[in-house]
Design a binder for this molecule. Structure first.
Ligand SMILES: NC(=O)c1ccc[n+]([C@@H]2O[C@H](COP(=O)([O-])OP(=O)(O)OC[C@H]3O[C@@H](n4cnc5c(N)ncnc54)[C@H](OP(=O)(O)O)[C@@H]3O)[C@@H](O)[C@H]2O)c1
Length: 232
């Protein structure tokens, strides 16, 4: 898919990976709506800030109504509360699902008609290696990312007939605010943004953006014994 000249919208575009995606789209010649809960926090020149809280249906509907010709939709907005499913606050569990699952779903549903009108269009959902493997300390986030992966696979089939290709990007840790307390090796989000857009351009259904994600994907075929050897 050609990116130059297309109109794109990125959620959570004010910081982190979303800001890199918006900048990279701009630099590749796209017209960019940089969506953020607080549009005043968008500091990138050459993009159009727009208000969008993915957990607020009225905000999602308003964003869809205020935009036109969106041919590339990137669902990037994300929360990470570090919540255990067993002992954590249920409000945080709901927040993770509201953001990653219901938020992404609501945005795709709202923009599907605009995407359909472009003839050829793309959705990129920013997923994670944690869509495929769970850690107890962040079980809520992992469950939400798994649900978002499932949503991605259902909607890629439903949107194909209207000419919308749906891609999923899987990545391990990136160096953003979300992982500021994690000391493990992290990818550069600027590099991940480039990989994501190359994937859209190539029409890839699944974009494996780093080695960790590739390893976890390979481990899926060995089931629980492969993914959670400590339980053996
Ligand atoms: N960092 C990692 O290691 C990593 C790894 C794999 C996948 N991911 C995924 O990558 C994506 C981007 O994460 P990041 O690392 O860039 O995180 P980040 O730096 O914490 O940025 C999160 C972004 O999401 C926005 N956001 C949160 N809730 C929102 C809502 N309800 N509506 C609209 N925007 C909302 C934030 O906006 P505010 O400024 O308003 O809070 C911010 O722009 C997420 O989907 C995340 O799950 C991250």
């Amino acid at each position: 898919m050609e990116i130059t000249g297309k109109t794109a919208l990125v959620t959570g575009a004010n910081r982190g990976l979303g800001r890199h995606l918006a900048r990279e789209l701009r630099d590749r010649g796209a017209v960019v709506y940089a969506a953020a809960r607080n549009p005043a926090s968008v500091d990138l020149p050459g993009v159009t800030p727009i208000a969008l809280d993915v957990t607020d249906p009225d905000s999602v509907a308003a964003a869809a109504a205020q935009t036109e010709n969106v041919a590339i939709l990137i669902n990037n907005a994300g929360s990470s509360t570090g919540t255990s499913l067993l002992t954590g606050d249920l409000a945080n569990v709901r927040l993770e699902l509201d953001t990653h699952f219901f938020g992404t779903l609501e945005v795709i549903r709202a923009f599907a008609p605009q995407l359909a009108a472009q003839g050829q269009s793309a959705v990129l959902n920013i997923l994670s290696a944690l869509s495929w493997i769970s850690f107890p300390g962040s079980g809520a986030y992992c469950a939400a990312k798994s649900a978002e992966w499932s949503l991605t696979n259902a909607l890629r089939q439903e949107l194909a007939p209207q000419g919308t290709r749906v891609s999923a990007l899987h990545v391990g840790y990136m160096d953003t605010d979300m992982t500021r307390n994690i000391t493990a090796p992290k990818s550069d989000p600027a590099a991940i943004a480039k990989i994501g857009l190359d994937g859209i351009a190539a029409g890839d259904a699944e974009i494996i953006a780093d080695e960790v994600s590739g390893q976890v994907l390979a481990g899926l075929s060995s089931g629980v014994a492969g993914l959670y050897p400590q339980l053996a």
